[in-house]
Design a protein around this ligand. Structure first.
Ligand SMILES: Cc1cc2nc3c(=O)[nH]c(=O)nc-3n(C[C@H](O)[C@H](O)[C@H](O)COP(=O)(O)O)c2cc1C
Length: 211
């Protein structure tokens, strides 16, 4: 398992050129949806939403606000990772209710958690909440990239787009959402020269210390 994990992480790279004929199997897509569903988040709130972009015209429009990156039109899948703009009291209550019912708890057993959620989140400024929710999308991205590597699927994480323009295009504000990341998924093209480049990583010596 250790070898499999490290070899998958060495094999993966941020793919620049996809094989446009490759189509992701539905079973793999469902596995990736489970991976995203299982992503850990602060308090388990999952203030996230994921949008698969299949529409060809929409992909072309997204490409034009994403540095014209070719992956957007060539990859089998384009996923927009979105986060909620706010954490409304009703959303917090829904989460506490969901936890109570899923775990078969009595209301008094969840009350402390419910109260804590409301008070801790109630103290945060709205801008901080939006930013905090966005961070949860990065955790999902990390999990997604590792899963893709283990499934021998290629992927490209992307911040290279205009988030305000994408929010407008997808009318995300109306759903109380904003775009955080794009991830394309598919199969690398055999002519993508990036696949043979050496990985550039800082040494473990500079990354780790012990105290
Ligand atoms: C949050 C994030 C945003 C990124 N945005 C882009 C992007 O817009 N376009 C792109 O081609 N690569 C993008 N990358 C890929 C990085 O450049 C790449 O992961 C890094 O150089 C390490 O190389 P490797 O992933 O091929 O090992 C992004 C990576 C991350 C984690």
């Amino acid at each position: 398992m250790k070898e499999k994990l490290l070899s998958a992480l060495n094999w993966r790279y941020a793919t620049k050129k996809y094989d446009p004929t490759f189509i992701l199997e539905e079973e793999d897509k469902q596995t990736l949806e489970s991976v995203l569903q299982l992503t850990p988040t602060s308090y388990g709130l999952q203030p996230l939403h994921f949008i698969w972009i299949n529409n060809v015209e929409l992909r072309a429009q997204i490409q034009s606000i994403a540095w014209n990156q070719q992956q957007i039109t060539d990859a089998s899948e384009v996923l927009i990772l979105c986060a909620k703009n706010a954490l409304e009291p009703a959303f917090l209550d829904q989460h506490a209710d969901h936890m109570r019912d899923t775990r078969g708890l009595k209301e008094e057993q969840i009350q402390g958690f419910r109260k804590h959620l409301h008070s801790a989140i109630g103290q945060k400024a709205i801008a901080d909440i939006k930013n905090w929710n966005g961070k949860q999308a990065y955790i999902a991205l990390g999990q997604l990239l590792t899963a893709c590597a283990l499934l021998e699927l290629d992927a490209t994480p992307m911040e290279g787009f205009d988030p305000t323009a994408l929010d407008d295009l997808l009318q995300l504000g109306e759903e109380g959402l904003h775009s955080v990341l794009i991830c394309t998924i598919g199969k690398r093209d055999s002519t993508d020269t990036y696949q043979s480049l050496q990985k550039v990583r800082r040494s473990k010596k500079s990354l780790f210390s012990t105290r």
